[in-house]
Structures are given as structure tokens and as C-alpha cells.
Write a protein that binds this ligand. Structure first.
Ligand SMILES: [Zn+2]
Length: 349
């Protein structure tokens, strides 16, 4: 997350290795810094530190910069014991919301579980990913990362979503909150509105961003540790005729649903039974075998499984309510509604 550079300390403190500091900081945008020294003799620390600070403050590279204790853009440590200069560059944090308009885009890049991202299995091409190393062709993370790499001239772009949706689920409405960590940036500011417009024009019908801001360091935890209730649109299908009247009995009622970790994700997650709730808000008959529903559900509730029943792992289920086997044909998140207070569990929905 934090870029760290180690360089040899070629001067004796309180002289300052300005050429080393310049090599990292000169062509970089930064406003704040902190500096620390470690002395061979701890008794010299105070005086050495004072002398170093005085020299630094008079140097043209540092003259208009500010010293801060918390979250400096650049943190410098001059270590007389290890004879090293350590320079840490804090990442830039971006916050915003995304909508995902296609059913073929994952939220983040998924490396192949079979070959662990190597593309090889026992000396030949991995049969699961066909040597592609990843299981997803496109992801929100990768699609938007290119633009941030260009604007901030950074290394990696890490993606942190407030929960996630499946590859084939569209994320509509006002979007899902996310944060980005831009590692080792040369730029720390940009015209955010211009960047938003550029991304949205290029990724039309795929991914759209809104509310983009340059954030604070605690925004990553703030984004990922929040849980939201959500509103969904689902197209439900059954091989048999669906009796819509049976469903109407449940309209606008908060129904408790007990869910065990779904079959499709049980390899990756701990088996646990969790209490959820669902409110069926709208029902629209499409034809004899298909019905479109809108529902509001608690954070982490599995909607596809609520519809099918997932072989008894979702109790009750929509299939149970109508007395025939149903499955979810398509699913969209319509809205990330609100924080669910007091809600906490260790995996993401
Ligand atoms: Zn593979």
C-alpha cells in the first residue's frame, strides 16, 4: 500500500543526503512530509534531529512544504544505525460510486483458483482458465484502473468495494460506493470532473462513475466496513406455470429468511447459517412461466438462492411460496439503500 524506498545513507548526520531525497521527491507532487532520525548514540538524537530539521527547512525542495505528524505524503527516516535512508510515499485514496451496465463484467480481477494465476497445471495449460491466468475477461477494477494510472502516474490501483455483485448482475441506480488506493503516485491531484467525464465517455454501456473525490486515508476502511441493504430487480422463471396470486400474499411484508452459505460459494467461504430479511415490493407477470419482481433485502442476503431455495439452504424461498421450482434468470441491483446499523459479519455479500 505504502511505497517504500531504501537508499544508502552516504553522509554523516546532521548533514542531509539531499541528492537521494531529490531523486525520489523532485519530480513528484507532494505537499506534506515528516522526517525522523535514528542515531547510533541515543543521547545525540535530539540535537541531531534539530540540526537535520533546520537544514531541511532551508532547502528549496522542502521550503514550501508542510511538516505533519499524521499521514504525510512523504515520510523520511535517516537511520545512522543501518546507514540507510528510507522514504515512504503514501498512496492517494479515491472514493466514488460505480454503476455496472453489462452482465459480463466482474467487480475485481479473479485469478484462476485451479492454477493460482500461473496458467499452468502439472506442466501443461491449465484446463480451468485455458492458460488465461484469470477467470474474468473484464472487471470494473481493470477497466477504470488505466485512467487513474494515467492521471496520477501511479503503480498499482487497488480496488475496495462496499460489498460486491456477481459478474452477471448489473449494478444500477446511484451506484455502489468504492475506494481506490493508488500506489506510489507522482501526481496527487487532478481535475476530478474531467477524469469522470473521460472515464464515462470511454466506458459507456459498461461502467460509469460518479461522486469521485480524492479521499482521506481512513476512507478505505469506511467504505469496506459498511453494510447496506439493497433493492433488486429479478426475472424469475419456472418450467411450470407460476401462480402470481400465491406471491401477492407476501407483498410489502418484511419476511425473515434463514440462509446457509450457498452451494456455489461454499468452497471459498465458511459454512454458516445467517438470519436475513426480504420485502417483496413489486410483482409483474411477464408470461405464464416468468415473473419480474422487485425486492428489498438485508445486507449479505443471497437473492438467486432465495428464489431457487438452493436445495433447502434458503428457508423460506420464493420457490416454496409458489410451490414450484423457480430460478433467477437475470438480476440487477437497483439501489444500495442505507447502512444497516448493528450489522456485522466477516464476509462480503
Ligand atoms: Zn488456471
Amino acid at each position: 500500500m505504502v511505497w517504500v524506498g531504501h537508499f544508502p545513507l552516504v553522509v554523516s548526520l546532521p548533514e542531509v543526503p539531499f541528492s537521494t531525497l531529490e531523486s525520489v521527491l523532485q519530480n513528484r507532487e507532494w505537499e506534506t512530509y515528516s522526517i525522523g532520525v535514528r542515531c547510533k548514540n541515543p543521547l545525540h538524537k535530539e540535537n541531531t534531529s534539530k540540526a537535520v530539521r533546520a537544514r531541511i527547512a532551508n532547502n528549496p525542495l522542502f521550503r514550501i512544504k508542510k511538516t505533519v505528524f499524521e499521514f504525510p505524503d512523504a515520510e523520511i527516516i535517516l537511520d545512522e544505525v543501518t546507514k540507510q535512508v528510507m522514504i515512504q510515499i503514501l498512496p492517494v485514496i479515491i472514493t466514488g460510486k460505480y454503476t455496472k451496465l453489462a452482465r459480463t463484467i466482474a467487480q475485481t480481477r479473479h485469478f484462476c483458483y485451479e492454477c493460482k494465476g500461473s496458467g499452468q497445471k502439472t506442466g501443461s495449460i491449465c484446463p480451468v482458465c485455458n492458460g488465461e491466468k484469470v477467470l474474468t475477461k473484464e472487471s470494473v477494477q481493470e477497466l477504470i484502473a488505466l485512467f487513474f494510472k494515467k492521471a496520477f502516474v501511479c503503480d498499482e490501483v487497488l480496488f475496495h468495494g462496499a460489498g460486491r455483485e456477481d459478474v452477471d448482475v448489473r449494478m444500477l441506480g446511484r451506484g455502489r460506493p468504492f475506494a481506490l488506493t493508488l500506489e506510489n503516485p507522482l501526481q496527487r491531484t487532478t481535475d476530478v470532473e474531467k477524469l469522470t467525464n473521460e472515464i464515462n465517455a470511454s466506458l459507456e454501456n459498461k461502467v460509469q462513475l460518479s461522486n469521485l473525490k480524492i479521499g482521506m486515508h481512513n476512507d478505505v476502511a469506511y467504505t469496506t466496513q459498511k453494510y447496506h441493504t439493497k433493492r433488486y430487480l429479478a426475472l424469475v422463471e419456472s418450467p411450470e406455470k407460476i401462480n402470481v396470486e400465491l406471491l401477492e400474499k407476501y407483498l410489502n411484508q418484511k419476511m425473515d429468511v434463514l440462509q446457509t452459505t450457498p452451494i456455489r460459494v461454499e468452497k471459498r467461504r465458511v459454512m454458516k447459517e445467517r438470519p436475513h430479511w426480504i420485502i417483496l415490493e413489486k410483482i409483474k407477470k411477464i408470461d405464464e412461466n416468468r415473473v419480474e419482481i422487485e425486492l428489498h433485502a438485508s445486507a449479505g442476503c443471497y437473492i438467486k438462492e432465495f428464489i431457487s431455495g438452493d436445495e433447502g439452504r434458503s428457508k423460506p424461498s420464493l420457490s416454496e411460496w409458489v410451490g414450484i421450482a423457480c430460478h433467477c434468470l437475470t438480476l440487477d441491483v437497483l439501489e444500495i439503500v442505507e447502512d444497516e446499523p448493528g450489522f456485522s459479519f466477516s464476509v462480503k455479500d
